[in-house]
Design a protein around this ligand. Structure first.
Ligand SMILES: Nc1ncnc2c1ncn2[C@@H]1O[C@H](COP(=O)(O)OP(=O)(O)OP(=O)(O)O)[C@@H](O)[C@H]1O
Length: 486
């Protein structure tokens, strides 16, 4: 079969960082090709080279068809209609005017061809992430791309939406399109991909041109010889007394509590109140339906976010790039947050630069952040490495309670395990961990109990001994009534 894409011995350095160091990628036409590797391996950089956004230092790129890319951070123009988003940059024009009707007809044909209906007149901002992603897929197809590059496309999707995306991608390759699929979820590679390439430190280490791979083979190729992980993190089951409640929040009349030494998981299909819960507890926004928040037994409802942080409330947000880092600032400035700053301020307000650097280096080491140095700008870190940095910063000693909202999104499997381990350790050392996650395996691994949110209310609570997919699934789908709290 012919190649849709051939990247040969591609090299690209950013200053001292060798992002690509002889990467080769061969993608057959009409296939779904998995591209995997640890955080910072060079996957996104390679895709940017293919798109012509980054000039490689050396190497060859041969694309037999036009490439189009769908990024982790969607490029939706919120105030535009769905149609205008799709045709943006390639609008059909007659006598100097955009002919929307002709465009709508063309897009309508495309939607029919790939069985992907969308409300073209709707304002794009109103679409949920899964539909915005479909809109982007339509956009690249409308722009005549036949090689679709997708960077972690399932990160924001619910399990049903993932199935729908996979069906769509299969339909596309049946129509002679080609897909390069970047993911950290090896089960997705197993379910979807016809071939796989693994890159490690900017170099291609393994390539399976067909489905002869196994998840274990891929994991081993990603991390290198002898570096495979042990099993899951085991939660410590200490004696917990009711007086030790460190964090509590009222959710539609029910108390959700996290005691010292405990990990409370929050499960639910995305969009059932998880974002609002996190914002409410951290003081980023007050949401009706949620009531009083207490930290260490004290109500903190009227405290601004800064005071909550000073009192030991930590947050690992789902999107570290947007909410928890300053892209233009270096790692040191990103880890010296306002609560720790006094410890690094000497007499006459002078900054203790050496101590700051030491602290930053410790956070980088604890989080296993791959960076060229502690002065590297946060905006230059790969997505997964930035998430690692923020997780490590928030889990440094001194915290009372941590809210971890999809803390391992975009993080490779080894680093994800390390983050879960640290969330568990934070609790074991006397803190309270509230883990909000759409990943049931993650919740099962470290939670002492799981609270299920459904339409902004508590659908039920399940204690560790009673965890099962069936039970959680029923609560998440609104099919089961109240479960006994434990
Ligand atoms: N503009 C840049 N300036 C400096 N360094 C960069 C820049 N872009 C990427 N890098 C570095 O290049 C390396 C590869 O990054 P890249 O984003 O390609 O990794 P990735 O495999 O996509 O990782 P992730 O799984 O975390 O998204 C990283 O070490 C990163 O810090």
């Amino acid at each position: 079969m012919a190649d849709a894409l051939l990247c040969r011995d591609v090299r690209k350095s950013f200053g001292p960082v060798r992002a690509l160091n002889g990467t080769t990628l061969r993608v057959e036409r009409g296939t779904i090709h998995g591209l995997v590797g640890e955080n910072g391996a060079g996957k996104s950089t390679l895709m940017k080279v293919v798109m012509g956004e980054i000039e490689p230092d050396s190497g060859r790129i041969e694309a037999a068809v036009r490439p189009g890319m769908i990024r982790q951070q969607l490029s939706t123009i919120p105030e535009f209609s769905v149609l205008d988003n799709i045709i943006f940059g390639n609008e059909p024009v007659r006598r100097g005017l955009i002919t929307r009707r002709a465009a709508a007809a063309q897009v309508g044909e495309l939607m029919e061809q790939i069985r992907l209906p969308l409300p073209l007149r709707a304002e794009a901002a109103l679409l949920p992430p899964a539909l915005q992603q479909r809109m982007e897929i339509l956009r690249v197809l409308y722009h005549r791309a036949e090689l679709i590059l997708m960077d972690e496309p399932t990160a924001l999707l619910t399990p049903y939406e993932v199935d729908a995306l996979f069906d769509l991608l299969r339909r596309l390759v049946a129509q002679d399109h080609t897909v390069v699929f970047i993911t950290h979820k090896l089960r997705e590679v197993e379910a979807l991909c016809d071939a796989v390439t693994v890159i490690r430190h900017g170099r291609t280490t393994h390539h399976w041109p067909d489905r002869s791979f196994s998840v274990t083979d891929i994991a081993a190729a990603m991390v290198g010889e002898g570096a495979a992980d042990a099993g899951p993190v085991h939660p410590a089951r200490g004696e917990i007394t009711a007086s030790d409640v460190l964090l509590s929040v009222e959710v539609a009349g029910r108390q959700v509590t996290v005691r010292a030494g405990e990990v409370t998981g929050i499960a639910g299909v995305a969009g059932n109140g998880q974002d609002a819960l996190v914002e409410h507890v951290c003081g980023l926004a007050a949401h009706p339906g949620f009531g009083s928040v207490a930290l260490g037994g004290r109500p903190i409802d009227h405290w601004p976010t800064k005071r909550r942080r000073a009192a030991g409330l930590r947050l690992i947000p789902a999107d570290a790039r947007q909410w928890a880092s300053a892209a233009e600032a270096g790692i040191v400035d990103n880890v010296i947050t306002s609560e720790v700053a006094p410890a690094f301020t000497g007499r006459f307000g002078r900054l203790r630069k050496r101590a700051m650097a030491r602290h930053a280096a410790e956070v980088v080491a604890a989080g296993q952040v791959v960076a060229s140095g502690i002065e590297q700008k946060a905006g230059e870190l790969s997505g997964g490495n930035l998430q690692r940095l923020v997780a490590a910063r928030e889990l440094t000693p001194g915290g009372t309670a941590v809210i971890a909202h999809e803390p391992t999104r975009g993080v490779d499997f080894r680093a994800a395990r390390a983050i879960r381990h640290r969330l568990r350790a934070f609790a074991d050392q006397g803190g309270a961990t509230l883990l909000v996650s759409s990943d049931l395996d993650e919740l099962f691994e470290i939670s002492d109990r799981i609270v299920v949110l459904y339409r902004g209310t508590v659908a039920g609570q399940v204690a560790r001994g009673d965890f099962s997919r069936a039970r959680l699934g029923a609560l998440m789908g609104g099919l089961a009534g109240e479960e006994a709290a434990s």
